[in-house]
Structure formats: C-alpha cells, structure tokens
Design a protein around this ligand. Structure first.
Ligand code: SAH
Ligand code: SF4
Ligand code: F3S
Length: 462
C-alpha cells in the first residue's frame, strides 16, 4: 500500500457512488448468473444495492419457462419506466438491462414492447455487459448470440457471501422435451472442465462457503475434461471436489433420469460429501404422456432407477418436478401420475400446470386440457405431495441430524441451517456456529421448518 492513511481517495466520486440492482426471476442457474453479473458490474465500480430506486443500473435476469414467469418482467419494466423518468428529472441516469432467458427468446421484441430498456443480453453473453453498456450510450443494444468464446473465461473472480453457494458445471440441454424452452434459450449442452470447477470451488471455500450445489440444466450429463484430458463424469467431478479442504457438503441439481450413470449412484454410497438428497424430475407417471413429452423413459424405468439409488443410499430423500395438463392428458393418465407419487414417496416437489410456450412442439397441439381441469389436477396432486412432505418432516422428529448452520435465526439467540435432507432447522446456538456442522435433536416439525435442540459435539457420530 502506498500513501499515508490520511491521503485523499483518488477514485472519481462517480465510481464510488454507482450502484447496481440485479434481480433473479428464475431457476438456480438464473440466480447464479445474476450473481456473476453483479461480479461483472462490481469490477466496473458498481456496488450492489437492494433498493431499486437508488440504482444506476437495473438488471432483470428473466425466466421464460412458463408464461407467468415471462410476463412478470413486462409488468416490472412498466414500473421501471416511471422510476427512470423520475430519476432523469432529478438529473440521474438509469440504465435498464434485460438479461436471461426471456432476453434470449424475445431479443429485439423487448425493445419495442419496453421503451425504457437500454440493453438486452442473453445468458451466454453477459460477460460482455461492460462493452454493451458502453455501446448503449450510442443507442439501444441487443446481444443474444451464442458466442464462440466461453463466458466463464471472461468473467471476473467470483465473490460469494454466505455458507452455501451454487456453481455452474454444465449448461444447456440437448433433450428437447416437447414442452420446454430451455434448449432454445440456453443452447446446446456444454460442460466446464474439472480444473475450472475445482478452482471456482476453492475460491468459494476461501470466501466461507461450506456447501456447494453443482448446477446444470442436465447436471448428470456432465462430461467436462478431467485431469487426464479424458471426459470426466459427475461422479468423478465430485470425487475431485471432495479433496477441496474446508468443503463440507456437495449437492447437485437438476438431473435427468436417462443420464443417471452407475458411478453417480455409487457416489451416493462412497463420497461422504454427497448429501442424501436427490431432485429428479419425472413430470408424469403416464407412459403415454411421458412419450408425448419426449422424456424417453417409462414410469417403471423411473421406479427401477429409484430402487437402485435407494439400494445404494437407503436414507436418500427424493424430490421431483411434475407437469399436469400436458396436451392430451386424460383422467387415466393423471391417475398414473398419482400412482407413481404414492409408490415412490417424495420429501419435496415442484408441480406446475402445463403452460404452452411458443416455438416448442407441444404448443402446436390442438388437444389442450381445459384450465379448470388443470386447476383440479394440480390441487389433487399438491395435496398428496404436501401430505408426503409433512410425513417426511414428522418422521424426522426425535432423530439426531447434523445441521450445517447457515445464518442467524428468526429469534434472538437462534440460528438456522439445513439437515442433510435439505430440511430447514431452527435452534438455539450462538452465531459463532455459522459455517459449522452441529449435531441437533429434532424436537418439532412446523409448517416450513423443523425445530431442534443442540447436542454436545460428540453426539454427531450417534
Ligand atoms: N432442466 C430441468 C428442468 C428445467 S425447468 C430438467 O430437465 O428437469 C424446471 C421445471 O419446469 C421442469 O422440470 C418442468 O416440470 C417445468 N416446466 C418446464 N417447461 C414447462 C412448461 N412449458 N409448462 C409447465 N411447466 C414446465
Ligand atoms: Fe427442458 Fe427437458 Fe432439457 Fe429439462 S431435459 S431442460 S425439461 S428439455
Ligand atoms: Fe427459466 Fe431459463 Fe432457468 S427459462 S428455469 S431461467 S434456464
């Protein structure tokens, strides 16, 4: 360091005061990208703010997966137009950036629908944000290319606050399920190398992260270059990550049933960092609908896969995604979904009404299920899934679990963390336990969280 402590700061005043507001609307990868865009802007001198009114740059990282998700952004842009006008009257400029999967899908159309927008940037080109912002001084810009260069090679070093963090290891999808926009918005499947992932993980751990969730649209299709140059599997990648000192837990999401290799099943048995929790979307229990969805497996194939995973790791908690009301879905098809849910038993789940998306094959079909039927089926499915979730949480009462403490709790003196099964737990302990594993006896199950009592550390092995 040069200069005395009293030396005046030489940064231009503007550089210190610039603020960026970055909001994520989508999946975990969308949240990860939002964080990386904040890193890009931080390197340009913008500090993060959660107050949109004081932001000099507003980035909306949008999601295109269902109609509702995509429409949200336009109502937000309406509000931002007013805010931008008010700030302009006060002599302050505001740049508005639309990023993410709506940006990719709609490109220029966003400029005509939303006059306040300055920059539209897709999920594969946001590392170019500084350049796009500079160019936007001359006029509004759109970048929805799938560039040849890898964005990860051009992003600044990552900063992370908190005990848990996401890490993108694979991106894009070649599966083309008949309902889904992701192969169009995210592009073809690409994996990062083991070395790049391990380096990012080390950096996260140095920043205090203790649990990493590896993310990808099809994370178990991971095939990045390994140390020997040959493609590595997700199982091999997690073995490499298990060597990172200070890392306590690994999770991964989202998997596709057809890419579930034997060595990934084995990882649940032999890699102590891999948590006994698996999010494995099935969408439907009807073979006819699974076929129409282009999922390329049957309900029974899913049951058999789950049986093999449970053999390797009997205490694994399962979660899934479901779509009700896919075109042509009959009562009998829906009954098959209910039967599959009853057979398997899920600890958690996400369920959605089918939402037609322009450009996908299913959107062309003329045998749409009426909205009222979708509503009824969703309610019936969610009732069963909720009951299973409650039963799973109730079953934890009386057990001892190792909790990774993430933050202070809702009440003074409390902290909050997660069980290996991803259940939120609150209990009394000092904030100094944040970032550590603490043995806890679960004493009660509430609607959104479990409650526990801290045990002496020796009880961890019990
Ligand atoms: N990559 C993940 C899913 C990404 S989208 C995977 O392959 O499993 C997350 C979930 O959104 C999907 O699992 C599906 O249940 C739901 N989804 C995707 N497209 C949808 C649509 N058009 N309508 C309703 N739900 C949809
Ligand atoms: Fe979408 Fe299917 Fe690819 Fe998942 S596997 S991202 S649902 S196309
Ligand atoms: Fe949405 Fe794109 Fe994720 S469409 S779910 S933000 S990959």
């Amino acid at each position: 360091m040069s200069g005395s402590p009293a030396a005046p700061c030489r940064l231009p005043r503007d550089a210190i005061l610039k603020k960026a507001y970055v909001k994520s609307y989508g999946c975990q990868m969308n949240a990860y990208d939002a964080g990386r865009m904040a890193d890009v802007l931080a390197a340009e001198g913008y500090s993060a703010t959660e107050a949109v009114e004081e932001a000099d740059i507003v980035v909306l990282n949008t999601c295109h997966i269902r109609e509702k998700a995509a429409e949200k952004v336009y109502s937000e842009l309406g509000r931002l137009r007013v805010l931008k006008g008010e700030r302009a009257e006060a002599g302050r400029e505001t740049k508005i950036v639309v990023a993410g999967c709506v940006a990719q899908a709609e490109g220029r159309e966003i400029l005509s629908r939303a006059p306040a927008v300055d920059v539209v940037v897709g999920p594969q080109s946001y590392h170019r944000l500084p350049d796009l912002l500079r160019r936007s001084r001359e006029g509004r810009v759109v970048d929805t290319e799938f560039p040849l260069e890898d964005k990860f090679d051009h992003l600044p070093a990552r900063r992370n606050r908190g005990v848990t963090g996401f890490l993108t290891v694979q991106e894009g999808c070649d599966k083309f399920c008949a309902f889904c926009v992701v192969p169009y918005t995210r592009g073809a499947e690409v994996s990062r190398s083991v070395a790049a992932v391990v380096e990012e993980a080390r950096r996260l751990v140095a920043d205090g992260v203790r649990e990493i969730t590896l993310i990808g649209q099809n994370v178990n299709a991971y095939h990045g270059d390994g140390a020997d140059g040959a493609p590595a599997t997700l199982g091999i990648l997690m073995d490499a990550l298990a060597q990172v000192p200070g890392l306590l837990r690994l999770r991964y999401t989202t998997s596709h049933p057809n890419d579930f290799a034997d060595d990934l099943i084995a990882a649940h048995a032999h890699n102590p960092l891999v948590m006994p929790y698996l999010h494995l979307p099935v969408q439907s229990g009807s073979d006819r609908i699974l076929h129409a969805m282009n999922r390329r497996h049957t309900g029974d194939a899913y049951r058999r896969l789950i049986a093999r995973i449970r053999d390797a790791r009997p205490d694994i908690a399962l979660s899934s995604d479901f779509i009700v009301g896919f075109p042509g879905e009959t009562d009998a098809d829906f009954a098959e979904t209910m039967r599959l849910v009853s057979d398997i038993g899920f600890a958690a789940a996400f369920s959605f009404k089918y939402s037609p998306r322009a450009g996908t094959p299913a959107a062309e079909r003329e045998d749409a299920v009426p909205e009222s039927v979708k509503t009824e089926r969703l309610a019936e499915l969610q009732k069963l899934l909720d009951a299973q979730r409650h039963a799973f949480n109730e079953a934890a009462v009386g057990t001892v679990a190792e909790i990774l403490v993430e933050k202070v709790g809702r009440h003074p003196g409390q902290v909050a963390g997660k069980t290996p099964h991803l259940q939120a737990v609150q209990f009394d302990a000092p904030a100094s336990t944040i970032g550590t594993l603490v043995p806890v006896r679960i004493v009660r199950s509430g609607s959104n969280s479990l409650f526990g009592e801290r045990l002496p550390d020796a009880a961890a092995a019990a």
